[in-house]
Design a protein around this ligand. Structure first.
Ligand SMILES: [Zn+2]
Length: 814
């Protein structure tokens, strides 16, 4: 799973999440609970489902035939998860006859008394007739079910004309049991058949292959989906709606993209690299894509990022991008890789418990790096690596958490910057340490040893040990079963008389922990370098290297893989040498950051960098530096604005020029304001805003019908900034139409500020309604993170407009 919404929301609002003074101390009783894997009493073997839907009531009628067997010890009872269901019948199936079984049900668990004691491996089948009521799940004391409906009806009564009618499911972590009675644990696997009855105008998607379709006399159709390879219940999926299905293939298997009609034409530009990804990952892992087909579907109002349901990945609406957005690059590419890689790490081999989530999520996270490295080059991958490392560092508390964690308050807490970002960086270090061939061979060993079963970090270690012949307890104890990361200070002492350089590396983290870190040190004479491999393993280590001529640069962690915070006391000359001769993205980035910090002219070297991300960074830093007005700098950036092939870099250059307020660029802005890239058009509109505000306002209105991303932001800012009451319908309409997204979250404050400026209180109330409609569309489990932001914006508005509005907000915001 990729929890974009949650991750970013908690990052931006991180501070607000923590307890305020005066609040009750949080419940810490979970610290005493060991969260191992669930004891297996009965094994799921096969699950057959027949379902049909009551759209107006948002209910599902289900019949389940579940085949099970005692795992080892004999048992006469069966416990099934079934959340908030109305149970109509529970019986044992023997051939063609059924026999009623006694059971107890507390709205969450069914305790079923079997007809006799079954021996280990002795199969039996239970039949359950039930109704799922996901919108009526009740909160009852300790049985609170607030976080997971499992089954989502989108616009089921069709009353929202702007939204299609859809159904989709979300199983992870343990929500499949809201629509299918099962043993809802990741250490269960079952084959599966689904008969899904829907209005004939809709298409369906589920796991495995659709083997047949039957038209019914009542205007419905029943699709029969079969999954004949075992997988975990949280990976079950159903999707129903009016989708166009765009088809590709990989080695004769269907690869398909389920999108709304509007996106049919661009579906391949969004998802079309999927077959190549399947080829790439299959080849690297030495395990061919293991399932029958691979489909991807985009669901409305899905606020998690994406979910790797076996053979049927669900994406949120941010996946949708039109042709103009794609001009700036496919923002969903990494997520597509992430979910696909889960089909091996997560679906084929599944974490045995949420405590070991790393064997799912760290791999999926790292696959983003692997795909970027292969498809867009090492600089792009290393930039992603750097951003992910920052993401881990920025979330408070991450440094206190082990990667494999047997104590947590809720299993949802495992989906954090440690299991994802840090875990991905740890795999990058492991790969660097054992080497590429051993890394992939070990992954191959793990997948083959554990396929269609579960995995935990210990089994991963055993596979790496088996392949490399090395004991890797030190690595796993440090990174998987330990927390934190090293803080490293590097100093250099050159002694020309002795012909010797000493490299002194200190670990300055405040904990007692000392990390063991194998690193490469490159010693440069001009462009040539000599590599030395060393182990950092003490609080302070000194490494000495002889030289005949003083080296131009000593580059510690030359592969730039260490997960650490670093103070590197190189001289300015050494960083200049690093910028010019060291090969990696992070080599150059570190040098540019140094030049920026020290106010050095060499910051402009970044403008010529081969990697667009670093050119953009240099433009951005220069814009805030004392060199911003220097003729040579401005000329170089003007040249980038006119000629750079990378649209986002071109846009950054235009934004730089916009800040100069120089009227000579007006024609340049007018030339690029109709560029197909929203970034370039948006930056041009910004430039014009300063020089010709009236004209910019008119153009903002003109272009508003097709304005997303940076152009949309510029349009909103200009029109809202003008603050005309007569623009209310236009502004409120744009806000309302924006899909549920991180961007929309950040636009709430802007919209609130506009409302504060207008006089018609009826309109202000309409605006508040639109804000709260958005807030209420965010599922409850995310509101802990998002509500403080709504509250701040609305309080400000209430204060600005007086008691009538303040009271209105108080009444509506619950
Ligand atoms: Zn994931």
């Amino acid at each position: 799973m990729k929890k974009l919404f949650f991750l970013i929301a908690s990052l931006t609002l991180g501070v607000a999440v923590f307890a305020q003074p005066g609040e009750a101390a949080p419940d810490s009783s979970w610290k005493k609970i060991f969260r191992g894997s669930s004891t297996i009493i009965n094994d799921l073997v096969h699950t057959k489902l027949e379902v049909k839907f009551d759209y107006p009531k948002a209910r599902m009628y289900g019949k389940a035939w579940i085949t099970l067997q005692p795992h080892f010890y004999p048992t006469d009872s069966l416990q099934l998860d079934a959340k908030g269901m109305e149970i109509r019948e529970v019986s044992l199936v023997k051939g063609t006859s059924k026999k009623a079984l006694k059971y107890q049900y507390d709205n969450r668990l069914m305790r079923i008394q079997l007809d006799k004691t079954y021996k280990g491996g002795e199969k039996y089948m239970v039949y359950i007739d039930y109704i799922s009521k996901p919108n009526e799940l009740e909160v009852t004391g300790s049985n609170a079910i607030t976080d997971a409906k499992g089954l989502y009806f989108i616009n089921p009564d069709g009353k929202d004309p702007k939204k299609p009618v859809q159904i989709w499911t979300q199983g992870e972590t343990e929500a499949t049991s809201a629509w299918c009675p099962t043993i809802d644990r990741p250490n269960q696997k079952t084959t599966q058949e689904m008969y899904i009855t829907v209005p004939a105008k809709y298409v369906t998607l589920s796991n495995g292959l659709m083997l047949s379709q039957r038209k019914n006399t009542d205007g419905t159709r029943t699709d029969y989906w079969k999954m004949d390879l075992p997988h975990a219940p949280y990976l079950f999926f159903m999707g129903v709606g009016d989708f166009s299905v765009v088809k590709d293939t990989y080695k004769g298997k269907e690869v398909s993209y389920y999108v709304e009609k509007e996106y049919e034409k661009v579906a391949r530009r969004i998802f079309g690299n999927t077959p190549e990804m399947m080829q790439f990952f299959s080849a690297k892992l030495g395990v061919d894509y293991p399932w029958q087909k691979y489909a991807q579907i985009v669901g409305r109002d899905y606020v998690s990022g994406a979910m790797e349901n076996t053979t049927a990945t669900l994406h949120q609406e941010s996946a949708y991008q039109n042709a103009r957005e794609l001009t700036d690059g496919n923002r969903w590419e990494e997520t597509i890789a992430h979910e696909l890689f889960h089909q091996w790490f997560g679906d084929l081999v599944t974490t045995e418990s949420w405590s070991n989530l790393t064997v799912n999520e760290s791999f999926a996270n790292y696959s983003e790096y692997l795909w970027l490295e292969y498809k867009k080059g090492k600089d792009a991958a290393d930039e992603h690596h750097y951003q992910d490392m920052q993401g881990y560092m920025m979330q408070p508390g991450n440094d206190k958490k082990d990667l494999v964690r047997y104590h947590y308050a809720s299993q949802e807490d495992m989906f954090d910057g440690v299991s994802y970002n840090k875990g991905g960086r740890i795999l990058n270090m492991l790969r660097n340490y054992v080497g590429d061939d051993a890394f992939y061979k070990s992954l191959n060993h793990y997948l083959n040893a554990r396929k269609f079963k579960t995995g935990e970090a210990a089994q991963l270690r055993l596979s790496f040990e088996e392949i490399t012949g090395q004991d890797l307890n030190w690595f796993f104890n440090q990174w998987y079963y330990g927390s934190g990361h090293p803080k490293i200070k590097i100093d250099y002492a050159f002694d020309d008389a002795a012909g010797m350089v000493k490299v002194i590396i200190e670990q300055t983290q405040k904990t007692d922990k000392v990390f063991k870190l194998p690193v490469a040190i490159d010693i440069y004479q001009g462009a040539t370098k000599q590599r030395h491999k060393v182990w950092i393993e003490n609080k302070s280590d000194t490494f000495s290297f002889a030289y005949s001529k003083r080296p131009d640069l000593v580059n510690v962690d030359a592969d730039k893989v260490l997960l650490c915070e670093k103070t590197d006391n190189k001289t300015a000359e050494q960083f200049v040498h690093q910028m010019k001769h060291a090969p990696l993205y992070l080599d150059r980035r570190e040098a540019l950051e140094f030049f920026n910090k020290k106010g050095m002219q060499e910051l402009s070297l970044g403008l010529q960098d081969k990697y667009p991300g670093l050119r953009r960074m240099a433009i951005d830093r220069l814009g805030k530096s004392k060199f911003a007005k220097e003729a040579a700098v401005v000329e170089s950036i003007e040249n980038i604005a006119r000629t750079d092939k990378d649209r986002k870099t071109k846009a950054a250059a235009l934004r730089f020029l916009a800040k100069t307020g120089d009227a000579k660029y007006e024609s340049l802005y007018r030339q690029f304001i109709s560029d197909s890239s929203y970034s370039v058009a948006g930056a041009s509109l910004e430039g014009l805003e300063k020089l010709a505000p009236e004209s910019a306002y008119e153009l903002a209105k003109k272009y508003s019908s097709d304005a997303k991303g940076p152009l949309g932001e510029a349009v909103n800012r200009i029109i809202i900034g003008k603050g005309l009451e007569s623009d209310f319908d236009f502004i409120a309409g744009r806000f309302d139409e924006e899909p549920l997204s991180q961007e929309k979250l950040t636009s709430v404050n802007q919209f609130g500020s506009y409302l504060a400026k207008i006089n018609d209180l009826a309109k202000v109330k309409k605006g508040i309604d639109a804000i709260l409609k958005f807030r209420n569309a965010i599922p409850e489990q995310y509101r802990e993170y998002t509500d403080p932001m709504f509250k701040t914006s609305l309080d400000k508005l209430g204060k600005a407009k007086g008691s009538e509005i303040a009271t209105y907000i108080e009444q509506q915001f619950k």
